[in-house]
Design a protein around this ligand. Structure first.
Ligand SMILES: Nc1nc2c(ncn2[C@@H]2O[C@H](COP(=O)(O)OP(=O)(O)OP(=O)(O)O)[C@@H](O)[C@H]2O)c(=O)[nH]1
Ligand SMILES: [Mg+2]
Length: 163
């Protein structure tokens, strides 16, 4: 990956099977996956251009045994999308991820995914300190809008830091 100064790095996190790979596939123009039997075992990568800026998007594996990949992929990130399976709610993995993002002050959005099988329940006990966006990743619903919301947060962070 060629990363220029203005390029942004976004990492998609969340529990096993929540829809991270599907989300990446719906927001990126170019993409590659490393998976086995349809579950991500290393990473997914894709990129897209938003308002003239290149955005590199990585999706982590959800299985707990690949937690180390989540940590490697998160190095130097500008922002994160946490994809939750709304039919399961917030898992302990999701809670750990969100707590980490909160304490490191990283811009993020939460995708309440699989709204087609479970209509929105946005009351997640108050730990989410970020916009929650209803998505149906497999139909591409809400995902591009959600990325745009995240990129606005990332931009706001950048302009605060430049002040
Ligand atoms: N009903 C429904 N199914 C979805 C949606 N998004 C993804 N899926 C399905 O959920 C399953 C898992 O999707 P993936 O995108 O592979 O999930 P993942 O989070 O990358 O999974 P891991 O990499 O194994 O953690 C697949 O069968 C998808 O087709 C959605 O919005 N609605
Ligand atoms: Mg995956």
């Amino acid at each position: 990956m060629k990363r220029r100064n203005n390029d942004k790095k976004i990492v998609i996190l969340g529990s096993y099977n929540s829809g991270k790979t599907t989300t990446l596939e719906n927001i990126c123009d170019k993409k590659a996956n490393i998976d086995y039997n349809d579950t991500t075992i290393a990473l997914d990568y894709g990129n897209t251009i938003i308002e003239g800026k290149k955005v590199h998007v990585f999706a982590s594996p959800g299985q707990e045994r690949f937690k180390f990949m989540r940590e490697i992929l998160s190095l130097g990130l500008n922002g994160s999308i946490v994809v939750i399976d709304s039919s399961k709610g917030l898992t302990s993995t999701d809670k750990n991820i969100i707590t980490n993002l909160n304490s490191n002050n990283i811009p993020y959005v939460v995708f309440a995914n699989k709204q087609d099988i479970c209509p929105v329940d946005l009351n997640h006990g108050g730990i989410i300190k970020a916009p929650i966006i209803a998505t149906v990743a497999k139909e591409g619903k809400g995902v591009k809008y959600g990325l745009k919301v995240l990129m606005d947060l990332v931009e706001m962070r950048g302009s605060k830091e430049r002040r």
